[in-house]
Write a protein that binds this ligand. Structure first.
Ligand SMILES: Cc1ncc(C[n+]2csc(CCOP(=O)(O)OP(=O)(O)O)c2C)c(N)n1
Ligand SMILES: [Mg+2]
Length: 642
């Protein structure tokens, strides 16, 4: 379908007015970017983007990501014009209101057609790169189109992600840069002077430039971009923010505030629209989008009929359990090593599992050894070298997970979960089942010292809604935790593993881990003291508990590998594991106590073996003594309250 420039202009101006109307009615929002991007957007959507509004989940579709999520009305206007079910005019008219699918920023799962939630600038670029990588690895040929702005370019994650994409020569990926020279505080000159062309060329991208309001140039540039193979493409499009608003265009005033009644009327008049009419769409524009939708629907039907080979694949929980390795009960093993063994065993029955580490694979032990490493030109492997780029890795993992069937994971030291957190939060918000493997989970790291010894990170992750945090007590629990992570498709999961060896414990079980917390020692239904612990501290609690039991005390040890799973159990189960009548409790975890109050007894009957300060440098065995993480100390704490 070929449209005249006049037709494209009508469509773009319709988008401009629609976006400005949404923001005006909501009295809140960002009209500038959508108005500036309107020409680039309609050119793409009416001519090149393979997107079937009748089936927004069609796997072969091109992915469209609006990284500058503040320009959400642009996406909503496009979905509306394209005829996406769910993006009807009543939704546009309730933009930013409670319950509207036209939420403040584009939310995956809220508005059909939104591939990933965007708003935290920069992450959309990295998630888009994840979408493109996922497509490559699945052997698909669809494209990924990302629109981004100055803010996305300023954010550091854009460097991490774009450097990564270039190294993989990731093509069929087009990043359109809305270079309008304006951010909230004013001109971009206030905060940057880098040369995007040189910057991206130095990464290894192909860089094209165009006037973002000249349809001939835009079309030519898009066509050129679509022909480039062997490299990602950046299109630097020079634009005017808020184009169409006669007095406010080109200023930061149009970035994030309604145009105001007068300026909105002036805009409509200038664009040839009736100033008195709101939310108006000429039938001709609907028809243009409908024509493109029909083309895409035929593409989709052909694609579906041709039957693209499935990729990935999952296994049933029972098969996963059978696939788990057996660990020698006499041989202590670090849970990071056990994690590697488990992942390799599960990878064989769970072909969707793919991922990698941020340059710490030898420490994280996450390589899927029977499968290759992906590289430029060869995407058949299942392992990825993410490079030292934790934030981009995490967002790329989210993009890969959002693509479809992949269960992608990223790995690093637990302390660097701080660098992953912004993307973990988006995964949690999107309820995406991304996976993070965090080794070196406590001060037991030792000699690297406090910079490498996480203390507050468990509390941080547990504080995030929808994130399941797993901290296995030994090698067997590590396997059971992995099964639960793979079973959990309702949100992200992470697993925390040890650098140091841990004994293989008695009493662990898959059924117990599946419930988040369970009794590993003590048969008395009416215990006088509870040890509540996770990870490496379960073992020392067991040692102490055995001594007390030999002395005739009725004590119980509860392993709590996953609070979030435990909280989902019925009260009767939770009460059976942590009876409220038993007030005497010793809580043991190599991290801050913050959060454990919910499982504590009374102030006078609870003792904590936690680390409520930063760690120290030293051999880990010395540190364990120094911080009191010993069975003797656990025993002493129990005796204080018994
Ligand atoms: C990580 C992050 N930091 C800050 C913001 C707040 N914010 C939203 S838009 C914006 C300015 C973005 O400028 P640009 O990308 O040039 O958008 P334009 O003004 O051109 O629409 C900022 C700072 C954000 N959304 N995400
Ligand atoms: Mg800008």
């Amino acid at each position: 379908m070929k449209y005249t420039n006049e037709q494209l202009k009508l469509a773009a101006n319709t988008v401009r007015c629609l976006c400005a109307d949404m923001v005006e009615k909501a009295k809140s929002g960002h009209p500038g970017a959508p108005m500036g991007l309107a020409d680039l957007a309609v050119s793409l959507w009416l001519n090149y983007l393979d997107f079937d509004p009748k089936d927004t989940q069609w796997e072969g579709r091109d992915r469209f990501v609006l990284s500058g999520g503040h320009g959400s009305t642009l996406a909503y206007a496009l979905f509306h014009l394209a005829g996406v079910k769910g993006a009807e005019m009543d939704q546009c008219q309730t933009f930013r209101q409670l319950g509207s699918r036209c939420a403040g920023h584009p939310e995956r799962g809220v508005m059909p057609g939104v591939e990933v939630t965007t708003g935290p600038l920069g992450q959309g670029i990295a998630m888009g790169i994840g979408l493109a990588l996922a497509a490559k690895m699945a052997g698909r040929t669809n494209r990924t189109w990302i629109f981004c702005g100055d803010g996305d370019m300023e954010e550091g994650i854009s460097h991490e992600a774009c450097s990564f994409a270039a190294n993989l020569a990731l093509d069929r990926l087009v990043l359109v840069y809305d270079s309008n020279g304006i951010t909230i505080e004013g001109s971009t000159a206030l905060s940057m002077k880098d040369d995007a062309k040189k910057r991206f060329e130095s990464y290894g991208w192909k860089v094209l430039t165009c006037d973002g309001h000249d349809y001939d140039q835009i079309s030519k540039t898009y066509k050129k971009a679509m022909k480039i193979e062997g490299a990602p493409v950046l299109i630097i499009a020079t634009t005017t923010i808020g184009l169409g608003a006669p007095n406010k265009k080109g200023t930061s005033g149009v970035h994030g505030a309604p145009l105001g009644e007068e300026e909105l009327k002036a805009t409509k008049a200038a664009l040839g629209f009736n100033p008195e009419e709101s939310f108006y769409v000429p039938q001709e524009v609907y028809d243009m989008f409908a024509a493109r939708a029909a083309v895409c629907h035929r593409l989709r039907n052909r694609w579906v009929k041709a039957g693209a080979p499935a990729y990935g694949g999952t296994a049933l929980a029972g098969e996963l359990l059978k696939a788990l390795p057996a660990f020698d009960p006499a041989k202590p093993v670090a849970t990071r090593a056990a994690c590697g063994t488990v992942m390799n065993a599960l990878a064989k029955v769970y072909p969707s599992l793919v991922g990698g580490s941020a340059d710490l694979e030898p420490s994280n032990k996450t390589a899927l050894k029977e499968y290759g490493w992906i590289a430029a030109g060869d995407f058949t492997g299942r392992n990825i070298h993410f490079g030292i780029r934790e934030l981009a890795m995490s967002a790329i993992v989210n993009g890969m997970t959002a693509y479809g069937s992949w269960r992608a994971f990223g790995a690093t030291f637990f302390v660097f979960s701080d660098y992953c957190k912004p993307a973990m939060r988006l995964a949690a918000l999107m309820k995406l089942p991304s996976i993070w493997v965090f080794s070196h989970d406590s001060f037991y790291v030792g000699e690297d010292g406090p910079t490498h010894e996480p203390v507050e990170q468990m509390a941080m992750l547990r504080a995030m809604p929808n994130v399941a945090v797993f901290r296995p007590a030994d090698a067997n629990e590590t396997g059971y935790c992995w099964i639960e992570m793979l079973k959990n498709t309702e949100g992200p999961s992470c697993i925390l593993t040890t650098r140091q060896n841990l004994p293989i414990l008695e009493g662990t079980s898959a059924e117990g881990v599946a419930k988040g917390a369970y009794v590993v020692f003590g048969t008395d239904v009416n215990p006088e003291l509870l040890f509540l612990a996770s990870g490496s501290e379960v073992g020392i609690c067991l040692e102490a508990a055995k001594q007390l039991a030999e002395a005739g005390r009725r004590v119980r040890v509860v392993s709590m590998p996953c609070w979030e799973l435990f909280e989902k159990q019925p009260l009767s189960y939770r009460e059976s594991v942590i009876p409220s009548t038993c007030r005497k409790r010793v809580i043991a975890e190599a991290g801050v106590s913050f959060g454990w109050e919910r499982y504590a007894g009374d102030l006078s009957t609870t003792r904590y073996l936690t680390l409520d300060k930063y760690g120290e440098s030293g051999p880990y065995k010395v540190l364990a003594q120094h911080f009191g993480f010993t069975a003797e100390n656990v025993l002493a704490k129990a005796r204080e309250i018994l």
